[in-house]
Every structure is written in C-alpha cells, then in structure tokens.
Ligand binder design. Structure first.
Ligand SMILES: [Zn+2]
Length: 272
C-alpha cells in the first residue's frame, strides 16, 4: 500500500503505522531514501501488535504465506501514483439499492482521506458485461461472479488515463475459481485493478440498523484491496489492514489497529 500520505492529522501516525504494519511505504527509488524509510520502520516497530498463532479455519492456518518485508516491497517496484495517474477510480457493476449507493459514496470519501488520493466514482456499468461463463449459482440460490473476469475484462479494460487504480464494486457475491466458496474481494498486485463485494456484509437488506457495520466492513475490504493494487502483499507479521481473512468472523474479530483510530475519526468527520 504505497504512496499513502495522509492529511488531517493522520498523516504522521497512520503513514508510519502503515509502513510498519503493512511493510509498505511511499515509493522511494534511491537507496538513500530507502535507508531513511527503514529507520522509520525500525523506530515504529514497537507499535506493532503481533499476530497470534493462526487457529484452524483462519486465513494463515489455511494459506501458507511468507509475508512481505519493507525491503522486499521496495525492491518489487510497487505501483504508486505518478504523473497524471493519480486518482483512485471506483467502478460499480450492476444495480444497487439507495442504501448501497450511500455505502459507495461514503467509501469514496473515506478512501480519499485514507490514501490522500482523489477518489472518483465512475458511472455504473451493466452487470450484463459479465457473461454466463463467468457466473455460477450456489445451491442456496444466490449468484456469484467470477473475479478474474471482472479484474481482467471489466476493470482492466476501463482504466481511465488519470487512474492509478480501478476498484470494481458489486452487490453480488464473488468467487475466484471453482474450488473456492467465495471471496470478499480480490486484486492484482501489478495490474492496477481490483474488485470488492458488499454481498456478505449484512444479513438482511440494508437499513439504519445495519448500515454502519456494512460500511465498516466494506471500507476495510476496499482499503485492503487497494493496498494490494499498490503492490502490497498480505501482512503476516502484525495486526493490519493487509491481513488475510478467511471469514467474516475473522475479519470482524481482528480489528485493525490502524483502522480503529481512522474508522472512528473518519466516520465521525463524515457524519456517521
Ligand atoms: Zn488480500
């Protein structure tokens, strides 16, 4: 999650924490700059809350991941804003209820503050752009959309010239391949595209009783996927927005300490 430069008093704290927790930072090309950032990382390491040993069913128990050090991140030549490519675009796919549209609007406001990048909501595209071969229907009766098609054929072919990343948004559930039950979201680390779903974030149709929890969950997933789009891999070291989550329970029960403060302050600023 590079090029995260935050305003409004969050800049120093959150940028620093993000550097430590996500093992990412602003893009620095020269060794001298990289060394300077390493010193920041070392100083701030004490702020980490270490991840506990993964339990059966949790992401790191089911998925062997080595994580990504700050040095590895720098060497990966991460995606970061440059020139006119500096805006985050959100690309709604399909139809949304008025409450779901409010989730998208509020998420855009949040992401603008979180990443310090202009965040633009593109006109929604019809779900008809996704062919039957990129859909499946679960035994419970709901439909799922194939993430790879959305990433490569929809978001990937709708990248505006001034976009640094494009995140598709859908109210339908997602699946990354036939062997997976579902996925909350997915992103390419170097292709500047991702997708997030709000399907699983409320048990019932959105109203005032579940709006806030749905917004919190969607904000978290969106920040996570955009972090991937900025070339950040999953964090396996500390509690972090870039931790993988195998279930809603895991995502909810591992509140992100970066996001905690930002959630409260930002949601307050936004009037929620
Ligand atoms: Zn992820």
């Amino acid at each position: 999650m590079n090029s995260i430069v935050l305003f409004n008093g969050y800049k120093a704290l959150l940028f620093s924490l993000l550097v430590v927790f996500i093992a990412c930072s602003q893009k620095k090309e020269s060794p001298k700059s990289a060394e300077r950032d390493f010193s920041i990382v070392n100083k701030l390491e004490s702020y980490d809350i270490a991840l506990e040993r993964p339990q059966p069913g949790e992401w790191l128990f089911e998925h062997e991941e080595s994580g990504q050090s700050f040095e590895q991140y720098i060497k990966s030549k991460p995606i970061s804003p440059y020139g006119k490519r500096k805006n985050i675009y959100l690309l709604p796919i399909g139809s949304f209820s008025p409450e779901q549209e409010r989730i998208i609007l509020s998420t855009a406001e949040y992401l603008k503050i979180f990443f310090n990048l202009e965040t633009i909501i593109s006109p929604a595209v019809s779900e008809d752009v996704i062919p039957k071969t990129a859909r499946r229907t679960r035994s419970e009766g709901y439909e799922q959309l194939l993430t790879s098609y959305i990433l490569d054929e929809v978001a990937g072919k709708n990248i505006p010239p001034d976009a640094i990343v494009v995140m598709a948004i859908t109210s339908k559930d997602l699946y990354p391949s036939d062997s997976w039950n579902f996925v909350f979201g997915q992103a390419r680390l170097k292709k500047r595209v991702g997708v997030s779903s709000m399907f699983r974030y409320s048990d019932a149709p959105l109203d005032s009783s579940n709006f806030h929890i749905c917004l919190e969950r969607f904000i978290k997933t969106s920040s996570h996927e955009i972090g991937h789009m900025f070339s950040c891999q999953h964090c396996t070291h500390a509690v972090c927005v870039m931790n993988g989550s195998n279930s809603l329970y895991e995502a909810d029960s591992r509140p992100n300490k970066i996001m905690f403060g930002l959630y409260e302050k930002t949601l307050l600023e936004l009037g929620f």
